[in-house]
Design a protein around this ligand. Sequence first.
Ligand code: TRP
Length: 363
Amino acid sequence: MTNNASLTAARERSDRLQNLIDDTAPTDPARAAERAGLRVLTGDRPTGALHIGHYLGTVRNRVTLQDKGIDTFLLIADYQVITDRDSLGDIHGNVLGVLADYLAAGIDPARTTIFAHSAVPAANQLMLPFLSLVTEAELHRNPTVKDELAATDGRAMSGLLLTYPVHQACDILFCHGNVVPVGQDQLPHIEQARVIARRFNERYAGGEQVFTEPNALLTSAPMITGTDGRKMSKSRGNTVPLGATADETTKIFRKAVTDSERHITFEPERRPEVANLLTIAAEFSGRPAAEIASGIGDAGSGELKKVVTAAVNDHLAGHRARRAELIADPGYLLSVLRAGNERANEVADATLTRVREVMGMVY
Ligand code: TRP
């Protein structure tokens, strides 16, 4: 299949899935059964604090999926932190911070299983049979791995960076996740996981469907950039952390890059920085970007910055208050994570047992 054909196919599967998810009470029993069999697996790398890009791009959608009754596994991908850097940083603090943001945003640990990579050994062990199913050339071709290497300013490719799409396949397949909400940049990884599932079933399971091929659920959220117009990332210092205070948020937006035209208009192609701030204001206030722009008009970029700051601060006030309470109670956060880890281990142990059985490795 060509790249375009596989993109089109992935889009079609994604649209079909989204329809099924939105159909909260299907009358057709086969459709109801298919919907009941959906399981979401998704996650984040705890490289730092989650920011408004995460919130708009993924976090709020996970809450929606959960609230539509879709069984959800949410991974804090701690091992994946060291794919492209030498240091884990404050991993413990970052994991608890990510967890606090999930809960503050409305993820309910009674319905969603939240767990960390490093706490689920049986899921990691799938790496061995799965590595045997991919070639080195396939791994080197993965465009997302190439992009991530290019973004590391001349680092050498580590074995973990090269093979992390396989590790990501372990994340997805250990719990039989069949819905993976991602941006388009992660599609090569989903494709790799599909190939691994297919090859495992053919080579080691005599065609039995031990693993199901997962589907991407492509996000419709608008891509927002950082306050300097570049990709939003902590290392560039251009993010708005979810946990920032209202004052910190004001300072961050005050320094945001705009342009020299006074009159504010929503023109994403010609005025990307201004359009980005308008998009953020629109997403957090629920008003159309063009309408916000005409409301500001000749009041200029100073007023635009005030408007976007107010939209973010108003919308996130409750989130931030809940987050602060949670962060003050690390014992509670750890108990949530331990319960999630326990549940993930049960599922991973069952999968690994099945894998050993079909491979004839039961002694
Ligand atoms: N690679 C993803 C990211 O950088 C995080 C992640 C790890 C993930 N494992 C996953 C996402 C499995 C989806 C499925 O954002």
